[in-house]
Design a protein around this ligand. Structure first.
Ligand code: ZN
Length: 881
């Protein structure tokens, strides 16, 4: 019945609204331009074509403006299509300014904010293409642009009136690579997205979605500028693929835990948007939406394109949808077929076509835009409200709730209570409020009011890199114009100050303070539930920044840096020809000197660099011939390491397993680096990414030399020869397994004896997903030059070792770093961390005339862990006494 009436009604509406919207010239359809409809089987548009089409749309329509937000790593223009009514497009600067004022919530009364909220336009960000092989997410951008520019129904007209949409491509290079790879096969039915030969973001591949608090990549920098400095949208929507098996898509709201620094309004707004999106699909009879416990996505992590927005009071949406240009099946997953609050409208097994995924995506975009149109004033006011809350929390004593604090209350209560025979309180038990007061009103446990980053720290250039990550993400930072003191401690001029009484306070706390991840188990005593990504990542720790927390209001000769104005990176300081090896920038300066053929010496006592020999104990250093081993398709950790080598000016060759297996390695290289996943680990599944390989004649000749794996049978003997003849090998993470294949006198520290047999500790006893741990270092050896006696290191289910006593005696294996206590956790989640006590995190081993360096933790993780880069750098020079 409904259908019977729907057609004439829709027709009548479109006739009415067509009169309202004066479309200037015909908008070319995708089919007219590309020769196929978006979503046709076996067809994908690439980036160049998309760019050309959208430029054409922009020329034909007065509803959009084609803008470029920067260059990509491969040099392409990255577009952002601004879509709104012709009237709104004439006043973009005005609406941008309103959006900024409300997001910053500075110097506004509530009444002024209400007024601005009514006057402003809702700013909505919708993107696509981040993960280039997730092609439904990429192609939907084109269809969405076309529909918004060509449709004249009243909903579209009202959206254009109330909303400014920023439709942004977030990985142009990837779309060009992947679409061309898919379309290269002339036979449509034989086209495949598998085995893309290299990373779809030059350095990071899939990890381009882990860079948003660090801003290493050009695309990330471009995007963060629009999201956190320029437009600060109230809602952002990040499209991904694929939905969990048996669903069509996963969307908001997401499962627990959420990060405790968020404003609660972020979380309830996610509920509202999730309801709008799933209800729209249900109203259109589009089943298969799953949410909350129906998928693995949570809101714990910072650093993702979507998740970083929560720390800025932005409602970040992510969907993961199924479907690609090759027709597929919705599989039968019986337990997905029981309707529940996670999956209200289950999809039944059936054939699934690409066009359906595109239609779903457009419906979801419209659901978000429709919500933004209807709740226009509220969305604009709420971001102000959250910003004002942040300023309030940062202006007074405030205590953020987190599991550790609640544990402290429990512990106090347990000690105070008479013995009852049970050690666990029931959920309904109540306690006298003095237990609360003694923890959550304890002045020593207050949130910081601000942070001081002294300019006289040994690696100030890295501290400025950290400051620029904050500024690039829209945080307001002050710089001291003169010396000052806080709480009796003096600081020099040029120090940076980050105060917490600002709208993006959650982001500041998150990058300076530990993440307190809850103990999250499937059931009491059961296996841990893996966090979606890292559990802890405190950037100030992993970058090795020296800073002070200030617990009271403070002020000084501080000059506020304008929003988004990045600080010039300080150059490495040379004092009478000496470069301090505690500063990472010194390595860049030294590499430039070596490249120019200038002599450089290292003091064997301190590791400092000198441009002329200073007394005894000096070694002349030379650039090493460095090779970085990669894999077909591109290893993500190797990509990040390649990025680091380029940033610090270490010239290096990227090689593949075939080169290793061919032997004669000493003729070509002095040092070979293996990151996690390249050398197979006996306990690992091997490669984390792109493990499956194509047959050689199915790929272009230029990539065939990338095929193959490191094997114990063929590669390890060559690596052994290389070491014995004087070569050096650096292994990180899982690739430290090489030490076992070389039969070095070490063994796995993370084992237990069961029935007389040794086995790896099960996750129920020991589980440390990506977290920050403190390790101790032997500062008497060259490997640790420039490091302090302790360092914060990124640990991700990393290998830990025990060195056999005989090796300690003969000196063949020497620890570089170890866990000196049973409580090394600094940030994140470390279940059973006591097992780490006395475990060796890193060691160096003499093999013949060569040396193997083994670093269990991820010392170069995502090019973020600047505090441990030197452990790699020190291994990358040759020296002569
Ligand atoms: Zn994705």
């Amino acid at each position: 019945m409904r259908k019977h009436f729907a057609i004439p009604l829709a027709l009548a509406l479109s006739i009415l609204t067509a009169a309202r919207a004066q479309t200037p010239s015909p908008i070319p359809t995708p089919k007219e331009f590309f020769g196929f409809n978006i979503g046709d089987n076996y067809m994908l548009a690439n980036y160049s074509q998309t760019e050309a089409y959208l430029k054409k749309l922009a020329a034909a329509s007065d509803r959009c403006k084609y803008t470029v937000i920067g260059k990509t790593e491969e040099g392409r223009d990255e577009f952002m299509l601004v879509i709104s009514s012709p009237e709104n497009l004439k006043n973009l600067d005005h609406y941008k300014s309103i959006s900024q004022q409300l997001a910053h919530a500075e110097n506004l009364t509530d009444a002024q904010a209400h007024h601005l909220a009514r006057e402003g336009k809702t700013i909505i960000w919708i993107d696509g293409g981040l993960h280039a092989t997730e092609v439904a997410a990429t192609q939907q951008l084109i269809e969405t642009a076309y529909q918004l520019l060509s449709r004249n129904d009243s909903e579209t007209i009202d959206i254009l009136d109330k909303v400014i949409l920023l439709l942004t491509h977030v990985n142009p290079d990837g779309m060009e690579l992947v679409s061309d790879w898919y379309m290269r096969n002339p036979v449509p039915e034989d086209r495949s997205l598998e085995h893309v030969p290299r990373l779809y973001e030059k350095y990071a591949g899939h990890d381009n979605n882990r860079d948003f608090y660090m801003l290493n990549l050009k695309e990330t920098q471009n995007i963060a500028r629009q999201l956190f400095v320029e437009w600060i949208p109230q809602i952002m929507y990040n499209h991904h693929q694929a939905g969990p098996p048996g669903s069509i898509l996963a969307g908001p709201p997401y499962r627990d835990p959420f990060n405790y620094v968020f404003d609660p309004l972020v979380m309830t707004s996610l509920d509202a948007l999730g309801a709008a999106m799933s209800s729209r699909l249900n109203a259109e009879n589009k089943p298969g939406y799953t949410q909350r416990s129906g998928s693995v996505y949570s809101t714990w992590y910072n650093g993702g394109l979507r998740t970083t927005t929560y720390f800025h009071n932005i409602i970040g949406l992510l969907t993961e949808i199924i479907g690609g240009p090759n027709p597929a099946d919705v599989p039968l997953v019986p337990n997905r077929l029981i309707p529940s609050s996670a999956t209200t409208n289950p999809i039944t097994p059936q054939k699934w076509l690409f066009r359906q995924s595109i239609d779903y995506s457009v419906s979801l975009n419209y659901a978000v835009l429709d919500y933004a149109m209807r709740y226009h004033d509220e969305l604009l006011y709420n971001i102000y409200h959250m910003g004002r809350n942040s300023i309030e929390r940062g202006s007074h004593d405030y205590w953020t709730l987190s599991p550790k604090r609640i544990d402290a209350i429990d512990t106090l209560a347990a000690h105070a209570a008479p013995p009852t025979g049970t050690h666990r309180r029931a959920v309904v038990d109540t306690l006298p409020s003095r237990f609360y007061d003694s923890v959550l009103k304890n002045p020593a446990l207050r949130d910081a009011r601000g942070y001081v980053i002294p300019s006289d720290q040994p690696d100030f250039p890295t501290a400025v890199r950290f400051i620029n990550a904050l500024i690039g993400d829209g945080v307001s930072v002050d710089k001291a114009t003169a010396a000052f003191s806080v709480a009796g401690k003096p600081y020099p001029a040029g120090s940076y100050v980050v105060k917490c009484n600002q709208a993006f306070r959650p982001h500041i706390l998150d990058l300076f303070e530990p993440q307190d991840h809850p103990n999250d188990f499937a059931y009491p005593g059961g296996p841990p539930i893996a966090p979606y990504d890292a559990a802890g990542w405190t950037l100030a720790y992993t970058m090795g920044i020296r800073f002070d927390r200030v617990l009271d209001a403070f002020d000084g000769p501080f000059q506020r840096i304008p929003y988004g104005q990045l600080q010039p990176p300080p150059k490495a300081q040379s004092e009478s020809g000496r470069y301090d090896c505690r500063s990472n920038a010194s390595y860049t300066a030294v590499n430039d000197l070596l490249k120019a053929g200038k002599p450089v010496y290292r003091a064997s006592r301190t590791g400092d660099f000198y441009t002329s020999p200073h007394g005894t104990g000096m070694e002349k250093i030379h650039p090493a011939r460095i090779a970085l081993c990669d894999a077909y398709g591109g290893s993500i950790p190797a990509g990040w390491l390649r990025f680091i080598l380029e940033q610090y000016h270490f010239p290096a060759d990227v090689i593949y397993p075939q080169t290793i297996d061919a032997g004669n390695l000493n003729e070509k290289y002095d040092v070979i680096i293996f990151v996690t996943g390249i050398i197979p680990s006996p306990t690992d599944e091997g490669y984390r990414y792109n493990r499956a390989e194509p047959v050689a004649d199915s790929i272009p000749a230029e990539f065939r030399s990338h095929l193959g794996h490191i094997t114990v049978q063929h590669s390890v003997p060559q690596l052994k020869k290389f070491l014995e003849a004087g070569g050096h090998i650096v292994t990180i993470g899982g690739s430290t397994a090489l030490a076992y294949y070389l039969d070095l006198p070490i063994h796995d520290a993370l084992v237990e004896m069961v029935n007389g047999k040794s086995r790896r500790l099960p996750n129920e006893k020991f589980y440390i997903p990506g977290s920050v741990l403190r390790m101790n270092l032997d500062v008497a050896i060259q490997s640790t030059w420039g490091m302090d006696s302790v360092a914060d290191v990124y640990f991700d289910q990393s290998p830990v070792f025990h060195i056999d006593p005989k090796a300690a005696v003969d000196g063949s294996v020497r620890p570089i770093a170890w866990f000196a206590t049973g409580t090394p956790l600094r940030s994140g989640w470390a279940w059973g961390q006591a097992y780490l006590q006395d475990g060796v995190a890193a060691f160096e081993a003499t093999v013949g005339k060569g040396k193997l360096y083994a670093f269990g933790p991820e010392i170069t993780f995502r090019a973020q862990t600047h505090g441990t880069f030197k452990l790699l750098f020190n291994a990358l020079y040759k020296s002569t006494p």
